[in-house]
Structures are given as structure tokens and as C-alpha cells.
Design a protein around this ligand. Structure first.
Ligand code: PLP
Length: 427
């Protein structure tokens, strides 16, 4: 890796000149002089997302309730239309995808559907580095079945607090595990998990497995035809940039079409008979069966613009640039920042790395405050991680170079010392 990069700014400028994705940056709202490195928490707003949202307002304005029947029912069928836009990013069938609710509720929906504990097989397997909401959902589902989470939640432990070893997960696949719920990419360290290997091992043991792709979607290609998971969920406001609280995606493998949804609702009914308003539920025979209430049109509309941008750029190209950007940043950490106590907490192996870098420092929290003072937006994750996400569509090599200049100055001058260590409400 060392040979590939050079220290000077000329190198960054040269890389940007060669970058085939560089024109996409203009389509995002970025502030002059600000370095936005937090697109893995809340993606930047794009003109395409804005246009699609404004268009949805026009549709409502001009058509009111008639909008549901317009354009061959496009808006009535919008959850699957939007879900289907992700089929390229996932190599999944369009009707295995639908757009609804939040990730948390979609996990509840999937567990309510697939978690059917028996006396012998009653555990949900999770890991100790997953995002908290996934664990909260699993614990409440276990409780709803009248089981004790201390017994029925099986936690695979990380050996070092950064990485979950796939072999440790697989060792956890014992006969008493009913369902496994795991992240594709660990939100703190950016470790990419070998989903195909783990899924195959789960299936060998008769375990239903679901993945939370919230941190990998839009930065890492996924091949669901190969991985073949039972279900998956992900949010669309991180790398995908569909806006704060935009609806999440639920993927249901077609082999489960026809399974009764755990939470039924009238929008999961077959569309042809939905407006007969019968009390007997007659679910769709695809992912739409798992819909519940009226689709959140304004929270989905931005995706009609932005996911097309991702498809147009091509997820393989995005991945290629993203790896170059994170490689380059890691190189600069070693060369210029290590002497100030910074280190890289993200796997070096490309097969194990997602789209952000965990920059570790014992003063991480206060350094984040010092960065914000310098118009750099990162985020902080307890206890010592500054997450830096050079999102391929709107971060340049020169941006990374400038970021390192600022980090170097903060390290050298210890300018973080003037800030309080007391955590803000949102960090
Ligand atoms: C961001 C994120 C979520 C968010 O869940 P919401 O219910 O949409 O707020 C869930 N899981 C993971 C792994 C995440 O990174």
C-alpha cells in the first residue's frame, strides 16, 4: 500500500483529476470550506433527492387523493417501486425488496415473522458490537415470547473490541439457535463481515439468518443471489443520502414468499382486494406482504432521485474509489498522524473493510470538537473513535489531504485541550 501513494498535495490533485466519479460532487449540497466526513451517519443532501421530493409535493398538490391511481398506480405501489431501485446494489429481485418503516421496526417485523421458538431451538444469536437498536429489538422479541433474554439471547463476543471473527459466529451456531441477526459492517470499526460464509454456515445448521446492511449499503456491493440470506434490513439515510429519517428497506428472500407476516396491516394485503376493506387479511405473495400502514410518501420520495444516482455511478466504481480513499487516508495516518497518538482501527484487508475509517485517539471526543471548530464534520463513537467517512460520490482526495492537514495541526498544537470532555446530546 505504501508504494501506491505519495505525501504531497500534488498527488491528491492528480488522483482527483483521474477520478471518473468526480462530477457527482456537484450534485450534492456541500458548503464551501466545510469538509463533510459524516455521510455514514447522515448522507449529504443532493439536488436529485431534492428534486424528487419537490416532485412528490407537486403530485400531492395537483392530484390530492387521485394521486394513488395516477401513472398506473405508481404511487400506490411506491414501496416496491422504491425498494426495487436497490435491486442493482444488492443483486436481488425487485419484488424481494420493499420500502417501509425504520430499520428497528423492520427488524421487529422480520423477527415477529421468522422467530418461532421451540423448546429445543429458541435462541436469537447476536454479536456484542452491533448497533444497539438491533439488540433492543431482539431482546423485546424474546420477551414477547415469554422467554428470558439472559438465556435466549446468545451473544458472540469480539476478541478485541473491534472485530467479530466469522469463525466465532459460526462456532455459535449451535442446535438451540433459531435465528441469527448480524450486521454486514460493524458501525464502529468498519469491519465488513463475510456474509456469504456465515450465511452458508447458518443454513447448514437450519438457522434463519438476517443481516442489517445499514452501514454497507451504497458503499459496498452485495450479491444476494450468492449470499442468499433469509431477510435483510437497512436504512437509507447514511451512505444512500435519502434524508433524515427516510424509510428503511426490508428484503425478504423469495423462498419465504407466502409465509405469514408477523405484523399484518392493510397495506400488506393484495392490492387488487385491499380496497374491498375485508377483515380477513389476504397478503401479497412478495415482500409487500410485510407492509403495514400507509406508505410515508415524503420520506421515500428522495430515493427516487438519489438511488438512480447510485445506480448511474455504479456500485463497483463507488467501491473502487471508496477503497482508494480509505487506503490513502490510512497511509496518511501512518505517515503524518501516528506521532500525535492517532492510529487506524479499521481492517487493512479490503475484503474486511467498509466505507469509513475508525481513527482512534485517546482524546477522540475533544478532537471531534476541535475538528468541528475547523469546519470538519466527523462523528465520535465511544470510547475513542473518530469516524471518518470519505463518501465516494462527494469526497475528493484533496479533501482527505486537507483533513489530514487539520488533524496534524490539532495534534501538534493540542488545540482540543480547551474543550470540555462532557458529551453532547448527539455526538
Ligand atoms: C443506523 C442504523 C440503524 C438505524 O435504525 P433506525 O431504526 O432506522 O433508526 C439500525 N441498525 C444499524 C446497524 C445502523 O447502523
Amino acid at each position: 500500500m505504501q508504494e501506491k501513494f505519495k505525501l504531497g498535495v500534488d498527488f491528491a490533485i492528480e488522483m482527483d483529476a483521474k477520478d471518473e466519479l468526480k462530477s457527482y460532487k456537484e450534485r450534492f449540497y456541500l458548503k464551501e470550506g466545510e469538509l463533510y466526513m459524516d455521510g455514514n451517519s447522515l448522507g449529504a443532501c443532493s439536488k436529485d433527492a431534492e428534486e424528487a421530493l419537490l416532485n412528490m409535493l407537486e403530485v400531492w398538490k395537483n392530484n390530492k387523493i387521485l394521486m394513488w391511481n395516477m401513472e398506473d398506480g405508481k404511487y400506490f405501489k411506491y414501496p416496491q417501486f422504491i425498494g426495487g431501485l436497490f435491486s442493482e446494489l444488492l443483486n436481488a429481485d425487485k419484488n424481494e425488496l420493499t420500502c417501509t418503516n425504520s430499520v428497528t421496526i423492520n427488524i421487529h417485523q422480520a423477527l415477529a415473522t421468522f422467530y418461532k421458538p421451540t423448546k429445543e431451538r429458541y435462541k436469537i444469536l447476536v454479536d456484542d458490537l452491533n448497533f444497539p437498536t438491533d439488540i433492543h429489538a431482539a431482546v423485546s422479541q424474546v420477551k414477547l415470547k415469554g422467554l428470558d433474554p439472559d438465556d435466549a439471547i446468545k451473544v458472540v463476543k469480539s476478541r478485541d473490541g473491534r472485530i467479530i471473527e466469522e469463525d466465532d459466529i459460526i462456532d455459535g451456531f449451535t442446535e438451540d439457535v433459531a435465528v441469527a441477526l448480524l450486521p454486514s459492517l460493524l458501525y464502529r470499526s468498519a469491519q465488513l463481515v463475510d456474509m456469504e460464509k456465515v450465511t452458508k454456515a447458518a443454513h447448514k445448521k437450519g438457522i434463519i439468518i438476517g443481516w442489517d446492511l445499514s452501514h454497507s449499503i451504497g458503499s459496498v456491493p452485495h450479491d444476494f443471489k450468492k449470499i442468499d440470506p433469509d431477510f435483510a434490513v437497512f436504512c437509507t439515510y447514511k451512505h444512500i443520502s435519502a434524508g433524515p429519517g427516510s424509510n428503511a428497506i426490508l428484503y425478504i428472500n423469495k423462498k419465504h414468499f407466502g409465509t405469514e407476516p408477523g405484523f399484518a396491516g392493510w397495506h400488506g394485503n393484495k392490492k387488487e382486494t385491499q380496497f374491498q376493506l375485508l377483515h380477513k387479511h389476504d397478503p401479497e405473495i412478495d415482500a409487500d406482504a410485510w407492509l403495514t400502514g400507509t406508505p410515508n410518501m415524503l420520506s421515500m420520495a428522495p430515493m427516487e432521485g438519489i438511488v438512480k444516482v447510485y445506480n448511474d455511478a455504479g456500485i463497483e466504481n463507488i467501491r473502487k474509489k471508496s477503497l482508494l480513499l480509505t487506503d490513502y487516508f490510512i497511509y496518511l495516518i501512518e505517515k503524518r498522524l501516528a506521532k500525535y497518538g492517532f492510529s487506524n482501527g479499521t481492517p487493512l484487508d479490503h475484503n474486511r473493510r467498509g466505507g469509513h475509517v475508525a481513527l482512534e485517539h485517546e482524546e477522540a471526543y475533544r478532537i471531534c470538537l476541535a475538528l468541528k471548530e475547523k469546519n470538519v464534520i466527523p462523528d465520535f463513537r465511544e470510547p475513542n473513535v473518530i469516524r471518518i467517512a470519505p463518501v465516494a460520490l462527494y469526497v475528493s482526495f484533496e479533501d482527505v489531504y486537507r483533513l489530514v492537514d487539520i488533524l496534524e495541526e490539532i495534534g501538534e498544537r493540542k488545540s482540543y485541550e480547551k474543550f470540555s470532555d462532557k458529551r453532547a446530546l448527539v455526538v
